[in-house]
Write a protein that binds this ligand. Sequence first.
Ligand code: PLP
Length: 391
Amino acid sequence: MRRPSRKGYFGNYGGRFVAETLINALDELNQAYESFRENQDYQQKLKTLLSHYAGRPTPIYFARRLSKKISVNLYLKREDLLHTGAHKLNNTLGQILLTQYMGKKRVIAETGAGQHGVATATVAALLGLECDIYMGEVDIERQAPNVKRMELLGARVIPVKTGSRTLKDAVNEALKDWVRNVQSTHYLIGSVVGPHPFPWMVRDFQSVIGKESRRQFRKMTGALPDYAVACVGGGSNALGLFSGFMNDPSVKCIGVEAGGRALTPGDHAATVTLGKKGVLHGSLSLLLQDEEGQVSPVHSVSAGLDYPGVGPEHSHLHETKKAEYYHCSDESALQACQTLARWEGIIPALESSHALGYILDHQSRYKDKDVLINLSGRGDKDLAIIIREVL
Ligand SMILES: *Cc1c(COP(=O)(O)O)cnc(C)c1O
């Protein structure tokens, strides 16, 4: 996949829209990352951790019973089997080694549902680094088990009391902390969002999903899939998968966003299909906003997709038609989650259930096609919601 321009643009999207005080920090990070990529020792360390600690390569599984039921050949890339139960660890492992490489002793992160906070606390414990996680007060209440997990892993969870006291505000507080402590601290962003070089760097760390998938799929079937499908929150698991197939014109890449309860304003997170150009958290991308350009509140049954923005590279892939974007409703995602559980004995995360839900909703369109879905995470964390909504 292409690198962004020197200023961090993917076509018309990306860049750096941050306070002057952060530009130096971002330049420094960019340089450190360039040299980290070329450092054989560190690349070897990363490879070893990905296999011995995280459990890579994750398998591709052919879902035989469900495929037969819907007349679509469904293949699942099993990121749900990765340590901590989702793809997020690919990125946090990469960035924590980068933190060590830069000689920094402390990491900070923002978290909404707590998944990225847990993945960050995990790798900070692994390398013995200090770790502070910013989390909105509202989210702390909603996600108590993840708060306890982070604390058990030795991280400090800092409640954010400003604004709506959710993810958006946690990002702002983390950015302020970074400005104050940039000498000692790395800000470990959790998706392909934020100012350059984050969207590029996080995509690089997640590209292991696509590289493995291409090799594994060919070995299994002798060919490439017709479609590569992934859910899109910020967009990191999707770009990870797509990056394996971007040079294969026969493979169509599909990103599935959260359609929420219905596609009415404030009730979904269909950023790419319904968003307009705007700046959020340091980069220019498509963004859900109202007539005055205020960021719209979003809703999805899955916390990991509940984000009004999307990584700038997705906006570019959409504009240049290199990938297609659709959405899946809460209801279809919940249904898909149950279907996969009952037909294959796999409980997927509600985020990943959106990718499957989209295919199930349109199965006739994909009849007899080979469809590779990135199963970005496991559903144990969503049990309370699943019980509330369907059981
Ligand atoms: C966080 C999360 C997502 C959404 O993040 P992306 O950056 O869009 O990949 C998707 N699936 C799972 C399981 C997650 O934890």
